[in-house]
Design a protein around this ligand. Sequence first.
Ligand SMILES: Cc1cc2nc3c(=O)[nH]c(=O)nc-3n(C[C@H](O)[C@H](O)[C@H](O)COP(=O)(O)OP(=O)(O)OC[C@H]3O[C@@H](n4cnc5c(N)ncnc54)[C@H](O)[C@@H]3O)c2cc1C
Length: 339
Amino acid sequence: MSLCVQPQVSLKAYNSFAINVTARWFAEAHDDDQVREALVYAEQRQLPLLLLGGGSNMLLTADVEALVLRMASRGVRVLQDDGERALIEAEAGEPWHPFVQWTLQQGLVGLENLSLIPGTVGAAPMQNIGAYGVELQDRFAGLTALDRRSGELREFSLDDCAFAYRDSLFKREAGRWVILRVRFALSRTAALHLDYGPLRQHLAERGIAAPTAVDVGRSICAIRREKLPDPALLGNAGSFFKNPLVSVELAQRLSAEHADLVAYPQADGRVKLAAGWLIERAGWKGFREGDAGVHRLQALVLVNYGQATGPQLLALAQRIQADIFQRFAVALEIEPNVL
Ligand SMILES: Cc1cc2nc3c(=O)[nH]c(=O)nc-3n(C[C@H](O)[C@H](O)[C@H](O)COP(=O)(O)OP(=O)(O)OC[C@H]3O[C@@H](n4cnc5c(N)ncnc54)[C@H](O)[C@@H]3O)c2cc1C
């Protein structure tokens, strides 16, 4: 099937902030051939090409003068399964959460802590998605990507991807790689990751002493539904700022001033602070200006109450960054891709 390119398409339904900007050109790629076709289409017309998954990690600040290509390829394959360990491959356009649920239905352990993260499989390696003590890199077994510079396919191993906290080679080389499919190493006997306090508490409240991966997945979904606004009801992109990594000296100084500072020492000697704590302490939680605001229950999440524009949300984010820097000498980094 050949690519169907449409002019002037509103992206409101294609980004979780529900920002109403227009794509000059828009198409969906259902397979590798259509991705290649889109690259040729853009090159021949000298158009930039913007890849889109679920649009749940983007802040669109203006109409997009580009060909917006939504990754819509579907398919999940079991490449190996010896009864205990399995190698699973999913196409880039597979919606992430249903994919996680499918793995759990197969009795496979590993992705349960990443339940209910919006978006697609293909975008998950971009920022090495993570939640509740697990990151994509912990279950990653490889991916296939198309190099837009050379037009060639390349296989990536774990080491090739240079994964870090909400970061990867693909994020650093933005615009170069089209991730086509991702592979995961899962197991039927792996230990569950239950370190996160509220997860243990939720399981205990459900009377579950020896949880399965399915139990963990259900609890994670319940906790996330309580804590995070549903983008279908209130536009948002999840955490708007990364948790900042600071020096031990700064962390010690801040904790001397604020006894309840939330801080996690890291293996590299730095200390990770909870961005949400800093923002809440600075009084931004629940702040609203026009339709741009900070969620009333979760200070890390910026929300669009209806008609907020990208520049309005960005301006609010920048005010918060400046205020946090002034109060705590901590530079907050924006997590979503600002376009
Ligand atoms: C309510 C909510 C909760 C969230 N919770 C979490 C969380 O717990 N942990 C977490 O890590 N993130 C979280 N996020 C952020 C987001 O869900 C993830 O970053 C997700 O992986 C984004 O997927 P997407 O398909 O929507 O990507 P998009 O927003 O469409 O794209 C993100 C970036 O990836 C690029 N891209 C997309 N597809 C491809 C591809 N196939 N190849 C190459 N580049 C591509 C895009 O160009 C863009 O630069 C949350 C978001 C929301 C709205």
